[in-house]
Design a protein around this ligand. Structure first.
Ligand code: FAD
Length: 413
């Protein structure tokens, strides 16, 4: 801890879409002293380096490129009276809303009334994907490529392979085209494109072949990438010559700060365990945005943050305080995660209206919430891992709820 201590009302860690939308709404609700702490020299988060459309359609009623959208969010926050401190990295979270900061003026401690964690997501690195082969230059995530292209106007390669077919893999194609880079193939480990159906014709439009069911991926090259090797669906080894690799998607919450903190992490989402009010296991820390779970669009995060602002402002005026809680559990192998993971048992209204659920595998059956042998809610689903499933929380939030609520997919084949 530092000798220098400053204080504030609400400290928001992360000045991306969520942090900025939250801060602006808190000011609109009349909350004083809202500070956004952003480690980059400019606030705006991921959209700053997404130099493509469409951002802002639902929330700002305009179709914008990412950097324009980010600038607008910053402008709106400043106009609302938010104090945005850039070049400021939060280095530790201590109990009861005390933060350690590394600032342009040195190390500082900050004591807040409430802290809201909005540090977003990042793509899995090469190491986290267990990719084999050599360690040449020219292996980048989409985020790193976008930052090189849009923020630094650099072209790291000319003929890369794109690994993955999530929505962000298609952003990678757009980023490549912006800089005259021509991807030579997309390589996917599963039998189909991970992104929504609508994206299926997209690679063919740009003459990019997609290789499905690829296994045993290896990156080859001494200094720079020279090729990617994989085994195809028929067990035959294949080689694609390339001078770069873009590793896309497989998002995980940017949760490094949580690991040495008083806040419990959910291994399933990779983000903090929260209740329906967005409170973490230290009740003065809240969270919103993509840190809660991988991964949603900017528009979704914006709306989620605006909803969170009301709950946080209410808690500041009239703290929810300690109350009993129970767990909301993904008790079916087909369910990857559920958020929130805890249900506070209180007569206080105004929490999240829905739990968000994602699957591990495609599933068809009755998604059912069961507690103490009683079915509290159920509905038929036919869904896939990339789709968001929303489950209403009202049927679960009963004053006599004591047993954990288990989620199962009954009749899934
Ligand atoms: C590579 C990539 C591409 C994407 N492309 C799109 C797209 O095209 N369209 C779309 O809608 N969504 C896209 N997304 C999803 C994106 O996460 C959301 O659009 C949106 O940015 C989420 O907002 P957020 O505020 O939760 O997170 P972010 O925008 O990621 O903001 C988090 C902020 O926290 C800051 N931060 C992190 N740790 C600290 C710390 N310790 N101290 C201080 N500051 C910290 C970061 O610097 C960052 O500014 C993409 C995500 C990624 C990773």
């Amino acid at each position: 801890m530092s000798d220098r201590l400053v204080s504030c009302g609400i400290a928001i860690v992360g000045g991306g879409t969520s942090g900025l939308a939250l801060a602006t709404e808190l000011k609109r609700l009349g909350v004083d002293d809202v500070v956004v702490l952003e480690r980059e020299p400019i606030a705006g988060g991921v959209p700053r380096h997404c130099g493509h459309y469409p951002f802002g359609v639902r929330e700002l009623k305009r179709v914008m490129k990412g950097p324009d959208y980010a600038r607008t969010l910053v402008k709106n926050a400043v106009a609302a009276g938010v104090d945005i401190r850039t070049g400021t990295t939060v280095t530790a979270l201590h109990p009861d809303a005390r933060l350690s900061l590394s600032t342009p003026d040195g190390l500082v401690d900050m004591q807040a009334d409430r802290v809201v964690l909005c540090t977003g997501v990042r793509e899995s690195s090469r190491a986290q994907r267990f990719l084999g082969g050599q360690r040449p230059m020219g292996v980048l995530s989409t985020g790193a490529l976008q930052s090189m292209v849009y923020l630094h106007h650099k072209r790291p390669f000319k003929r890369p392979v794109i690994l993955g077919t999530e929505l962000v893999s298609f952003s990678a194609i757009m980023t490549c085209r912006h800089m005259g880079i021509k991807p030579v193939a997309m390589i996917e480990e599963t039998p189909r494109i991970t992104s929504r159906q609508i994206m299926r014709p997209y690679p063919a439009l740009f003459g990019i072949p997609v290789k499905f069911d690829a296994s045993d991926l290896r990156i080859l090259g001494d200094k720079q990438v020279e090729a990617v090797e994989y085994t195809d669906a028929g067990g035959i080894p294949r080689t694609v010559e390339a001078d770069g690799v873009i590793v896309t998607g497989k998002f995980r919450p940017e949760a490094a700060l949580l690991h040495a903190s008083p806040i419990e992490v959910d291994p399933a989402t990779g983000g903090p365990v929260v209740d329906q009010f967005g409170r973490t296991t230290d009740a003065r820390y809240f969270s919103t945005g993509n840190l809660l779970r991988p991964v949603e669009t900017s528009s979704w995060c914006w709306h989620e943050a605006v909803g969170a602002a009301k709950r946080i402002a209410d808690d500041l005026r009239d703290p929810i305080g300690d109350c009993p809680s129970t767990h909301l559990l993904a008790s079916d192998p087909a369910i990857r995660f559920v958020m929130p993971q805890r249900l506070a048992i209180t007569d206080r209204n105004g929490g999240m209206e829905h739990a968000q659920i994602r699957l591990n595998t495609p599933a068809t059956g009755h998604l059912t919430a069961i507690s103490g042998g009683k079915t509290l809610w159920g509905d038929f689903i036919e869904s896939r891992p990339e789709r968001r499933i929303l489950m209403p929380l009202a049927p679960l939030l009963k004053p006599d709820l004591t047993e954990p609520v288990q989620l199962k997919i009954i009749g899934n084949v």
